[in-house]
Design a protein around this ligand. Structure first.
Ligand code: E4P
Length: 222
């Protein structure tokens, strides 16, 4: 499974990259605007920082078909490998996905609200499908829709990977990881929540106190 960070905060990525195995970074226009930086700056920071085998996903902003293609070619030209353009599944988006895949570019179909949208993008050859899990939950059974999508891809032998996105709590993440999802992209705060069960700190404090009381020091080695 691929574990991706959903953020434009380079410092947050650097910090988590030291702690965990991070397979890449996703951004979208809203995430980039929230960074308070210019988009060129955000993109440059990640292009310079990410290792060649870490993936970078950048979304087109234009909604016009030709302009989407121009932005997509620009994005994929930023790094020689492992850069994917995110294309929302609008009418122009489906058309752009077909065209960009015919050019051999890496494509993630995004802003997906249903298994059907994702399935059609998979038929167009999208490498990744990004169902917006929490937003789908606002319309109904978002987790169930992703389960359906997993089954639909399997049944029809489609190779697109599901990169589940738009999580708002760890229960949503847990449900999809348990089910064998291909990839998740998570905001740093959700990653920290997954990492930090309060019981762990209590247990470690207990070990330290017992050790200090018995041996008057805080280390194994004197
Ligand atoms: C990632 O690729 C998506 O753009 C992102 O997860 C959407 O998250 P949001 O629903 O919090 O905007």
């Amino acid at each position: 499974m691929e574990f991706i960070l959903d953020t434009a905060d380079i410092d947050a990525v650097k910090q988590l990259d030291e702690l965990l195995t991070i397979d890449g970074v996703t951004t979208n226009p809203s995430i980039i605007t929230r960074s308070g930086k210019q988009p060129e700056q955000v993109i440059k920071e990640f292009v310079e920082y990410l290792l060649p085998d870490q993936k970078f996903f950048v979304q087109v902003v234009s909604t016009d078909y030709q302009k989407m293609l121009e932005e997509a070619r620009y994005i994929c030209g930023l790094r020689p490998e492992n850069t994917y353009v995110k294309i929302p599944v609008t009418r122009n988006g489906y058309k752009a996905i077909k065209q960009l895949k015919s050019e051999g570019l890496g494509v993630l179909a995004t802003a997906i609200y249903s298994a059907d949208e994702a399935f059609l993008a998979a038929m167009n050859g999208a490498d990744y499908l990004a169902p917006y899990v929490n937003r789908m939950c606002n319309y109904g059974d978002g987790i169930g829709q992703v389960f359906d999508l997993m089954q639909m891809l399997e049944t029809h032998g489609l190779n697109s990977k599901i990169l589940a996105a738009s999580f708002k709590n760890t229960e949503q993440v847990h449900a999809l990881i348990s089910a064998g999802i291909d990839a998740v992209t998570l905001p740093p705060d959700i990653v920290y929540t997954m990492m930090d069960h309060p019981g762990t700190k209590i247990a470690v404090d207990e070990f330290s106190v017992a050790w200090r009381e018995a041996y008057s020091r805080d280390t194994l080695l004197e």
